[in-house]
Design a protein around this ligand. Sequence first.
Ligand SMILES: [Zn+2]
Length: 359
Amino acid sequence: MTASNESTLHYSLGERLPGPAQTLEIAPGVKWIRMSLPFALDHINLWLLRDRQQDIHGQTREGWTVVDCCVNRSEARAQWEQIFATQLEGLPILRVIVTHMHPDHIGLAGWLCEHWQAPLWISSTDYNVALVAMKDRDGFGGESGADFYKLHGQTDAQFLAHVRGRGSYYPSLVSPLPSTYHRIIDGMEVEINGHAWQCIAGYGHAPEHIALYCPELNILISGDMVLPRISANVSVHAAEPEANPLQLFLSSLERYFALPEDTQVLPSHGKPFTGLHLRVQQLIDHHHERLNDIMQAAQAEALSAANILDVLFKRQLDSHQMTFAMGEALAHLHYLWFAKQLVRKADEHGVLRFYLPQT
Ligand SMILES: [Zn+2]
């Protein structure tokens, strides 16, 4: 969903972007990589952090920690190969940190770990959910996915056929994961090049997203939790049909008010910026506006998730975008349902609808 009021944010590097297979230095030892993605969201930002680590013999090794990986596509692997050759100052990658399990972030983690014999650092929840998703379960598509969307009022045959056909979507974008990982968890400090980076867990967008904040550098690697131009997708999925992810997402966002307002934010999409508190407030306000729109629409009729796509998304959606839109619509309806502002009941066709409570 767009939640744009970006004119009021300050872009630290102006319009500058790293070129393909190039890096742009953000701060000493912190480099920005920008890779293209084959989706409507057409790029992802990855971060290279200068690092040094002791090996098991007590020898110090100089190298890099990489944060996030891009999708498992030959174009992305080719860009990485060029980065290995030209951007690493002849040093190895020592560690791969992944903020969360979505394909654009974890896609090449297994490949990078294998190539460099480097460990994967990730939250336990996202590692394990990614392992399950690699086994091609229906939570991301298939027949049970289509049934879930029908239960929520979808009748578009073309869309439902798309969902049925997309059972193996996740493994098509993600290289096999390492069989071991190093757990990162909320409140933990990760030492990178002598600097402490604090792990901040966030919920509602991914199972257990980890952002990284370094007080000394005053830099936040925000992943998808705080983005400058768009609001991260917050969806109810077929695998957890009664979830309340928007409540989790909004309460996770509140935590960023504790960081300094002048924090340099390095987001996964868009450009590095300052104005963290302002942006977090904009994101919170954006979701509350959508919730108000839904309450308005509920005055006129009982709503299914399919009913409110027009209320939330004022543009034509293709089948791929529709899965995100249905999940997002449901996240907003569930927020209001859990807050007892709406009640839920199946109609005579078995479609779940959300009503204003009887007064
Ligand atoms: Zn994501």
